[in-house]
Design a protein around this ligand. Structure first.
Ligand code: PRT
Ligand code: ZN
Length: 284
């Protein structure tokens, strides 16, 4: 028995999806046939598909789980459950208008024509905000629609904003923040659910490790308690005596978000020789 996972065949999510599986210790023998691959050391079969089709395949049970952008998952409205955010493929679905136009708030969209490949999400947004606008569903190159007179506004994915900029548009209203997520079929068997939990445990360890760094430093003993107070650690920091009298080596784990802030305070408290090392896996 194997767990079947659907990932994007090629495109923006492909590299990070494969990297995540590898970091989870799953070896994928990339066969010649790129429709399907098998893991050699985990009961996992990988199906390579178009991102838009992944929710459907997971709903139908052709794949048990899948990796897709939230934008696709929520647009397709399939009967699948989102089990884990994966932290890559980040973007936002936003309304954009001509850069010369003045955006007066959501009511600006009243009576306007909006071009998008996300009609379901745009419709939902308009309904939630009691705005009546015409949705023009198009299948690609949404950003050129205002320029050719097809629409007054667009709703598309944005990451750096350079596509909008190059087309004389400006982002005025995000309607969804999106990232890649792991989805699952609603009726997994008990056995498959157990395999999924095993995979999720590994993904959790990889993601925690990414958000944390291992830190080693030398601390003067007379300021040791202040320095220890700055370092939460997993339980509490490890303290070892240095060969030189009056000094200790302190080891701990720091969250990426507090990182620079704490490093500065550590230096002010007299810490020296600070080393910061990436963590590969973290299990707590
Ligand atoms: O062939 P297939 O159907 O599988 O791929 P695709 O071409 O439909 O999708 P792909 O590979 O472009 O994107 C896959 C997923 O990546 C999307 O569903 C999102 O969840 C996520 N993602 C993250 C993005 C972007 N960032 C992104 N910037 N998807 C698309 N874009 C496009 C956007 O549509 C616009 O054309 O990039 C342009 C804007 O980018 P900036 O950087 O100029 O703002
Ligand atoms: Zn697609």
């Amino acid at each position: 028995m194997v767990l079947k996972i659907a990932v994007q065949k090629s495109g923006r999510l492909y590299d990070d999806s494969i990297k995540l599986l590898k970091e989870c210790g799953i070896d994928i023998s990339n066969g010649v046939n790129k429709l399907k691959a098998e893991a050699s050391n985990f009961p996992l079969e990988i199906y390579f598909l178009r991102d838009d089709d992944i929710p459907q395949y997971v709903e139908d049970g052709v794949a048990d789980i899948g990796i897709a952008g939230e934008n696709v998952v929520y647009e397709k409205k399939k009967k699948v459950a989102v089990v884990q955010k994966l932290g890559f493929g980040k973007c936002r679905l936003s309304i954009a208008i001509d850069k010369g136009a003045e955006y007066t708030g959501i009511s600006f969209l009243q009576g306007k024509r909006i071009a998008t490949t996300y009609p379901v999400l745009v419709q939902q947004f308009l309904k939630d905000n009691q705005v009546d606008a015409e949705i023009h569903e198009i299948s690609g190159s949404v950003e050129i629609a205002p320029g050719i007179g097809l629409a007054d506004a667009i709703c598309d994915l944005v990451s750096s904003g350079s596509t909008l900029f190059m087309n004389g548009l400006k982002e005025v209203q995000p309607i969804l923040q999106s990232q890649a997520v792991l989805i699952k079929n609603d009726d997994l068997t008990e056995e498959k659910e157990q395999l999924l939990q095993k995979l999720l445990f590994r993904i959790g360890a990889v993601r925690k490790a990414k958000n944390n760094k291992y830190i080693l430093l030398n601390a003067p003993n007379n300021n040791l308690s202040e320095i220890i107070g700055l370092l939460p650690g997993m339980k509490s920091p490890t303290v070892l005596p240095l060969a030189e009298e009056g000094w200790s080596s302190v080891h701990s784990v720091l969250n990426e978000n507090d990182f620079w802030d704490i490093i500065e305070k550590l230096k002010d408290a007299g810490a020296q020789g600070i080393l910061v090392v990436p963590i590969e896996k973290m299990i707590i």
